[in-house]
Design a binder for this molecule. Structure first.
Ligand SMILES: Nc1nc2c(c(=O)[nH]1)N[C@H]1C(S)=C(S)[C@@H](COP(=O)(O)O)O[C@H]1N2
Ligand SMILES: [Mo]
Length: 358
């Protein structure tokens, strides 16, 4: 019961933060999402932490109920058949969801399908099945809440409940350890004990981790080409800026996090040209929907789309510097996007064009 409640709680937190992340990456037309800098860092850190905590909780919950798998006869009524089928769906979807989630954090993409589409669909299956499961079990749950043992405090003394306490304590310990030993990928506080987190707080060129290097993105030569220029297009107008022209524009410095969907994040100081100043050079309204294209031609993150909330926010930059130095090649030299509250995957590096798409 306790495990069920904790697991369901972790699942719900994971679900809500996951849905938020999904709509930040694929907003519906009418959506205007908040540009609070720390928000995504917190929600996505929570998403990954609650997902990781769900692993020991789910396994422990399954451990306590698996004898029921061998109950005989397996079903006695149609209703019970339905209920057991539902539990089968719930358990298998949950195991698959957590497995691909954990694999994704560790960059092990060993599946032929689109991770995000499947992860998102499974989330709805799980939450739907969970709600029906809880509804089916409501009589048992209510009964348990009203039981004399509960009202008089949980049953004490006998060895069965002693074992149970040890079991719960170990599961709780495992859950806490999983979080403590990975939280260091997004907070300085726990960075000394980051044993599992694949990225490390403040570790990497210019004090910021790198997910995809210039070499992996195959932009090694195009990014350092002296003929590089940024092109901005919209409403029938086009303008190009070489590196010196961008440097000559008014520069702004902001402190913003890179917050990866995989849960790690690091806050840094970025300097560059305000996106809205760039739009203004061709009289593009800040309400425009934009498509950012990178020099990177392969892979899923070579382009990103941007709703009007980001250009409207004066902290959104085409960044040229990071922590007081010219952007490292791996951080997107010559220019990259940095916007508040935006998932890391959309903070496009090695930008070559910005165009209006609405
Ligand atoms: N062109 C391009 N931009 C990209 C990526 C990429 O693969 N290609 N990765 C994104 C991801 S997943 C993250 S988390 C951030 C990481 O930025 P950093 O490497 O500077 O820390 O860059 C984003 N920008
Ligand atoms: Mo990322």
């Amino acid at each position: 019961m306790v495990l069920g409640r904790l697991a369901a709680g972790a699942f719900l937190v994971c679900f809500v933060t996951g849905v938020y992340s999904h709509y930040l990456q694929d907003p519906l037309q009418w959506m205007r999402l908040p540009t609070i800098p720390v928000l995504y860092q917190v929600t996505q850190g929570t998403h990954v932490a609650s997902g990781l905590v769900s692993v020991p909780l789910l396994l422990a919950k399954l451990w306590t109920v698996y004898p029921q798998l061998f109950r005989w006869p397996p079903v006695t009524s149609l209703l019970m058949f339905g209920e057991r089928l539902l539990i089968g769906v719930l358990v298998s979807a949950s195991l698959l969801e957590l497995t691909i989630g954990v694999m994704n954090i560790f960059h092990w993409y060993a599946w032929p399908f689109s991770f995000r589409a499947v992860h998102f669909a499974l989330a709805w299956v799980i939450v739907g099945a969970l709600l029906v499961h809880v509804a089916c079990k409501l009589p048992v749950i209510l009964n348990n809440w009203n039981s004399p043992a509960r009202r008089g405090g949980e049953a004490a003394g006998d060895s069965a409940s002693g074992d149970r306490r040890w079991f719960l304590a170990s599961v709780g310990g495992a859950a806490a350890a999983v979080v403590l030993f990975t939280a260091g990928q997004s907070t300085k506080l726990f960075s000394g004990i980051n044993l599992f987190g694949p990225r490390h707080y403040g570790a990497g060129p210019q004090g910021v981790p790198v997910n995809r290097t210039a070499e992996a993105a195959a932009v090694f030569s195009s990014a350092v080409d002296p003929d590089w220029s940024l092109t901005i297009t919209g409403g029938g107008r086009t303008r190009s800026f070489d590196y010196a022209a961008l440097m000559a524009m008014p520069q702004t410095t902001v402190e913003l996090p890179i917050a990866c969907v995989e849960g790690w994040s690091t806050t840094a100081e970025w300097t560059g040209v305000r996106l809205r100043d760039l739009l203004a050079t061709i009289d593009m309204p800040i309400q425009a929907r934009l498509k950012i294209t990178s020099l990177q031609t392969r892979g899923a993150y070579g382009t990103s789309e941007m709703g009007p909330e980001y250009a409207t926010d004066a902290r959104t930059l085409l960044a040229l510097e990071l922590n007081g130095e010219v952007l490292d090649l791996d951080h997107g030299y010559p220019a990259r996007i940095i916007a508040p509250g935006r998932p890391g995957v959309l903070q496009t590096k090695w930008v070559s064009t910005i165009e209006r798409i609405d």
